[in-house]
Every structure is written in C-alpha cells, then in structure tokens.
Ligand binder design. Sequence first.
Ligand SMILES: *Cc1c(COP(=O)(O)O)cnc(C)c1O
Length: 222
Amino acid sequence: MDIGRNIEEIRSSLPNNVRLVAVSKTKPNEEIMQAYRVGHRIFGENKVQDLCKKYEELPKDIEWHFIGHPQNNKVKYIAPFIALIHGVDSLKLLKTINKEGVKNKRVIKVLLQFHIAQESTKFGLSPGEADEILSSEAVRQLQHVTIVGVMGMATYTNDENQIRNEFRVLKNIFNSLKNRYFSDSESFTEISMGMSGDYPIAVEEGSTMIRVGSKIFGARNY
Ligand SMILES: *Cc1c(COP(=O)(O)O)cnc(C)c1O
C-alpha cells in the first residue's frame, strides 16, 4: 500500500467542496504519519480509547473525527479535542456532549446519524425520531453542541441503484431539516456519506464529507 499516493489519488478526484476523512481505525501511528506527510490532516476513529492514545502521540494539528456513536460515559475523554462527532443518534447523547462541552469551554460539532440502509444492524435515527429531538425544548437549551449536518451509511451491496437511492434519501432528509429547523443556521452544511466502496456515488449525490479507510490504508485486521 502506498498510503500517500492513495490519499493524493482520492483527493484529486474530489470536487473542492468535499472533504476526505481518512479512517485510520486499527491502523498504527506510522501509517497515519504516511498520510500526514503528504499533507493530510483529517482522520477518523471509532474507538474512544484508540483515539485518545493517537491524539496524545501524534501531531497536534491533526483534526480528529469520531465516526461512530460514543458511549455516554466515554464522551468526556474526547470532548477536550474532538473536531466532529459523526454518529449522534439520541437526545441523551446530545445532552451528554453538551455537558462535556460546558466543562471544556467548547462548542462541540456533531452530525445526526440516520438509518438509510436496509440492514437493521446499522444505527441511526428515522426522520420521525429526528423531528422529535429537533422540535423539543430541551435541544434549544444545548448551547455547547452544534448540529452541523447529517451522516449515514448505505447498504453493503453491489446494487448501485440501491446505494444511490439511499444516499438520495439522506440528501432529502438534510434538505428538509435545513428548511424546517436550520434555515437561519450558517453552520448546518454537512452531509457525511460515502466509504471506500461507494464514495464516488455519494459525491455525485451531494456528499460534503467522505469517510474512507481501506481504500487508503488497506484491509483491516481486527
Ligand atoms: C470503518 C468505517 C468507515 C470506513 O470504511 P471503509 O470501507 O474501510 O472505507 C466509514 N464510516 C464508518 C462509520 C466506519 O465505521
């Protein structure tokens, strides 16, 4: 794997408004540094413990994204430095992140995760559940968390039409939330969709942030 070259190839294929999150979960610091040395700064992890270790050991100008849904009792460990939490799927988690934001004197950015795939194993809100959260009085009190967009994962399938349709569903959810709850907000702008197997389709369907792991770093050994 030429990690630097993989990063450069993917980046050169992306429109200017689409950012690449290099998903470095399970990968050692040395491989992350290969990406760093070609100028890459945005990395994604989905385990709090691994992320904190890498944050300590690696250069401080890295922008770390949490790409899953952290457990409530672990949010405190990432709250001091996390740039974006992609997988928020409950009011309870929003409240926890807000509380840790207060403690750290930070406003923490998050994305709401939606369930767009057919697989029931994948996490995420339904549009109705999101409405319940966003129309609540409780959410308006959260001054130390900012919802900057949406995130979703398509079904793991070779059926490109199905994947495309699922990404369209997420884009429509984004538009409808923007109209109903965020029309005054400058910061509600992000659609995090697309992984190694499907990011070209996601970009065509309006992604602003792709999360790519194996296509950069090679297959993961768990
Ligand atoms: C692991 C992971 C990715 C990256 O997956 P690849 O198929 O290796 O690109 C993207 N998003 C989430 C939420 C992940 O957990």
